[in-house]
Structures are given as structure tokens and as C-alpha cells.
Design a protein around this ligand. Structure first.
Ligand SMILES: NCCCC[C@H](NC(=O)[C@@H](N)CCCCN)C(=O)O
Length: 473
């Protein structure tokens, strides 16, 4: 009898231990809400640094003219060179493929390192150290005399920065999916975008303050570069947690053979009319926003006679607006749908605001907040809509492709804005007239509106259900 009892006891013990082990296997780091959200904050910091650096010199266009003799076209060139690797070498698409092959840690580190190198080279190109015949100055002076050696070094820096920055956004999107899939994914995406835009908000407000530093105006560029460098260090912390999570789950986020990117995926995407319309909307809408934002502080400074600080502050109202409205509209799209309609409204608002900027002297404070509503409506509806059109395993390639097409606009339109400005204002004019530049942005908005309308019409045929709530598809 006692031996029977002992047998039952040991069976119970073994079963219980087995159950406990299975339970331990089931829970991983991502199941702990604190760790999950801490990871979001960690990669959000990297994104904020990325957006900070992208915008850090935008409020300082007049300073660059004063210090280095930059024309509006030079400034446009500087903004746009960010996009060259993504347009001409399809870096965002390649980055997505590399990501699927090498995984998050190696790809993330490599591309954030490129961002850091680019940021440091840009700051160096603007520094006194370089201008006093520092390393590379003689070389940069030896060709294309029409462009200053400062501009050339800064262009090289921004090129390297762009090479890393867009792919790192794709990597971070994948990190969010890795930690939040099946949990609070939509909210996490909204918060991620909010953190990124905090970087832009800070850039427009901090750069004008930092140029007044005792050590000279280049404190603003060095600060931006060190912010990006600190992001690389913060990413190392993320990598440790990522490794730990991979040891807890089976496949470590790497794709199986059947899930890997195939070029036939791209052809399939290109045959999908809804995807084409949303990509063209992405190109035209974002081209009317980001390049405008890069010139906006200088526009306010010239049109309303504001200081660098005030014009930077007004520009920062756009990212602030999006930080509040994007999660709200994201929630609306999840719950009630109407994504295609929201993209139409967003495009309509964008055109109206640009026309008001072109032809009236209405206060820019309110207009920038309204523009923030437009810049929340479209992204909040656009990115989740793509997820309805393409298979989940192809979402990285789809976003990568959209980024590359979008970057065509982020490359061309800052240059065009500068060329239009230089072409429509006599040389040496003290107050730039932005009317034609604003009209150009309004026209882009009209194209965006057209593609949004086509997208809604196509949705009735394709049946992707863009007008339906998230969980009904
Ligand atoms: N899941 C995709 C989110 C994209 C957010 C989007 N960013 C971009 O489109 C970037 N390719 C361009 C960023 C250039 C300025 N930093 C956004 O709305 O910010």
C-alpha cells in the first residue's frame, strides 16, 4: 500500500513539474508588460534621435546662409541627399531583405552605425575644426568649385545618415511587431510614431537655442550628432534583451525559407491597384509635408518677419499636433474603419492649408495645428491599410518599397523648392517670397487627393475593406 501511495505521489509530482516547465516555456520576456514597453521606449529613443537629426538644421537655414553662403538650392540639396541611397540604391528595400536574412540585432546595429557615422561627418563638415584646414578640407576644395567644401562634407555626412536612417525605421517597425504582436500592436505603433515625432519637435525648438551657445552655433550640430551617437549605445542595450528573448523563443524572428523575400513578391505588389494608389498617395502626400517642414521655419521667418526661435516653435506645432492626433485617429480606424475616407479628408486639409499659406497672411499658429490634423489622418489610416492589402509575411517588403518610392519625392522636392525659391527671388533679396514654393506643395497635395479618391473607388472593387474596422478584416 505505501508503495502504491508513493507511486501516485511521484506521478503527481512529475506531472506537476512537467506542467510548470511548459508554463515557464510559454512565458517569455515579451509577456511581461513592463519589459515590452521598456523595449518600446528604448527603440523609440533611437527613432527620436533619427527624426531629431533629420530636422536639426531646418530652423537654421538662414544661419547656414550667413555662415557658409548656402543658397536655397544648396539647402534643398542638403535636405534631399538623405534620400539618394533609398531611391537610387533601393536601400530601404535592400535593408528589408538584409533584415530578413541577418536578423534584427546585426541589421539594426549596422544601419544605426551608418546613421551615427553620417551624423558625425555632417557635424564635422560644419565645424571650425574642419574649416581650419582639417582632415579632408583640401580634398573637398579640389573639385566642383561651385560648391563649398563645407557643403560637400555635409552632403557626404547626410548621405551616410540617410543610408542608415530609413532602414533603421524598417528594423524598428519589425521590433515592434516582434514584441507586440497579439498584444497592443496598434497602440504600440501609435506611440512609436509619437516618440519619433518628439525628436522633430525637440529639433525645431532646441537648435535655435543651441546656436546661441557661448562655444558657437555649431553646438547645435554637434548636439544633434551626439544624440544619434547615444542612440547607437542605447540600441546595444536593446540588443541584449533581444538576444535574451531569442533564447526563449524558437526561431528568433528569422524568417523561414518560404517567408523570405522573393522578387516575384514585388511584381505581385505592382499588379495590385490598391497598393499602387496607396504608394502614390504616400509619395505625393509625404512630399508635400516633409520637404515643406524642412523649409517651414525659413518660410515663417521670411513671410511673418519672425525670429529663428519663434519660427522654429511654429514649425514644431506640426509634430506636436501629430503626437496627439495620430493615436486618436489610429484608435478611430481600428474601431470604426473609414480609412480611405480619412485619407481623402487629410489630403483635402493639406491642400487648403498650403493654399492659405501661399495667398493669405492668416496666423500660422492655427494653420500648423490644422496641418498636424492632416498629417495624422493620412499616416494613421495609410500604414494599417497596407496591412490589409498584403500578406503579413510581405509587410516588410511592402513598407520598404513604399519608403523607396516616397524617398523619390523626399529627394526631388526639397531641391525643387530651393530652385523655385532661388528662381523667383532676385539674388541678395532680404525677404524671400515663398508663394510659388507653397503653390508647388499645394499641387502635390492635389495629386495626393486624386490618389486617395482613386483608392477609395478601387476599394469597392478589390474588397480589402479599407472602410471597415480593423478586426472585421
Ligand atoms: N510603419 C511605417 C511608419 C512610417 C512613418 C513615417 N515615416 C516615413 O515615412 C519615413 N520613411 C520618412 C521619414 C523622414 C523624416 N524623418 C512618418 O509618418 O514619419
Amino acid at each position: 500500500m505505501p508503495s502504491e501511495k508513493a507511486f501516485v505521489f511521484s506521478v503527481l509530482l512529475i506531472t506537476n513539474t512537467k506542467l510548470m516547465n511548459t508554463e515557464a516555456l510559454k512565458t517569455s520576456l515579451r509577456d511581461n508588460p513592463f519589459t515590452r514597453w521598456a523595449m518600446l521606449l528604448t527603440v523609440g529613443f533611437v527613432l527620436a534621435a533619427n527624426y531629431y537629426f533629420y530636422d536639426a538644421l531646418s530652423p537654421l537655414k538662414s544661419t547656414l546662409t550667413k555662415e557658409f553662403g548656402f543658397t536655397s538650392t544648396d539647402f534643398g540639396l542638403f535636405v534631399s541627399v538623405y534620400s539618394i541611397p533609398n531611391v537610387f540604391f533601393l536601400m530601404a528595400v535592400m535593408g528589408g531583405i538584409i533584415l530578413d536574412k541577418l536578423g534584427i540585432r546585426r541589421t539594426g546595429f549596422m544601419f544605426i552605425a551608418f546613421m551615427t557615422l553620417g551624423a558625425l561627418v555632417t557635424a564635422y563638415g560644419a565645424s571650425d575644426m574642419y574649416r581650419n584646414n582639417g582632415l579632408g578640407y583640401a580634398f573637398m576644395s579640389s573639385f566642383m568649385p561651385g560648391y563649398s567644401p563645407e557643403l560637400k562634407m555635409m552632403l557626404l555626412g547626410r548621405f551616410l545618415f540617410g543610408l542608415g536612417a530609413e532602414t533603421s525605421i524598417v528594423v524598428i517597425s519589425k521590433i515592434i511587431v516582434k514584441w507586440f504582436k497579439g498584444k497592443e500592436l496598434a497602440l504600440a505603433f501609435g506611440v512609436k510614431l509619437g516618440l519619433a515625432r518628439t525628436g522633430s519637435f525637440l529639433a525645431f525648438n532646441l537648435s535655435p537655442i543651441l546656436i546661441e551657445a557661448e562655444a558657437g552655433w555649431t553646438v547645435a550640430t554637434w548636439f544633434a550628432a551626439f544624440f544619434v551617437t547615444s542612440a547607437l549605445l542605447v540600441f546595444l542595450i536593446y540588443m541584449m534583451f533581444d538576444l535574451k528573448l531569442d533564447r526563449q523563443v524558437e526561431h528568433g524572428g528569422l524568417l523561414s525559407k518560404s517567408e523570405e523575400f522573393q522578387f516575384s513578391d514585388l511584381t505581385k505588389l505592382l499588379m495590385n491597384r490598391s497598393f499602387i494608389y496607396v504608394t502614390l498617395l504616400c509619395l505625393t502626400f509625404y512630399s508635400a509635408v516633409f520637404p515643406f517642414l524642412s523649409f517651414s521655419a525659413d518660410f515663417f521667418l521670411n513671410k511673418f518677419g519672425m525670429s529663428i526661435k519663434e519660427s522654429g516653435f511654429i514649425s514644431s506645432l506640426l509634430p506636436v499636433g501629430t503626437m496627439i492626433f495620430t493615436p486618436l485617429f489610429g484608435f478611430f480606424v481600428d474601431k470604426y474603419g473609414k480609412a480611405a475616407s480619412l485619407m481623402i479628408y487629410g489630403s483635402l486639409i493639406l491642400v487648403t492649408v498650403h493654399l492659405i499659406f501661399a495667398f493669405t497672411g492668416l496666423t500660422p499658429y492655427v494653420m500648423m495645428v490644422i496641418l498636424g490634423v492632416a498629417f495624422s489622418l493620412v499616416p494613421a489610416a495609410m500604414w494599417p491599410s497596407v496591412a490589409k492589402m498584403v500578406d503579413e509575411t510581405r509587410i516588410g517588403s511592402a513598407y520598404g518599397f513604399m519608403f523607396s518610392v516616397q524617398n523619390l519625392g523626399l529627394w526631388a522636392f526639397p531641391i525643387l523648392a530651393g530652385v523655385v525659391l532661388d528662381g523667383t527671388n532676385p539674388e541678395g533679396t532680404s525677404q524671400l517670397d515663398y508663394t510659388y514654393t507653397m503653390l508647388m506643395f499645394a499641387c502635390l497635395g492635389v495629386f495626393g487627393l486624386l490618389f486617395a479618391l482613386l483608392l477609395k473607388r478601387e476599394d469597392k472593387v478589390s474588397g480589402y475593406g479599407l472602410e471597415l474596422p480593423s478586426n472585421s478584416k
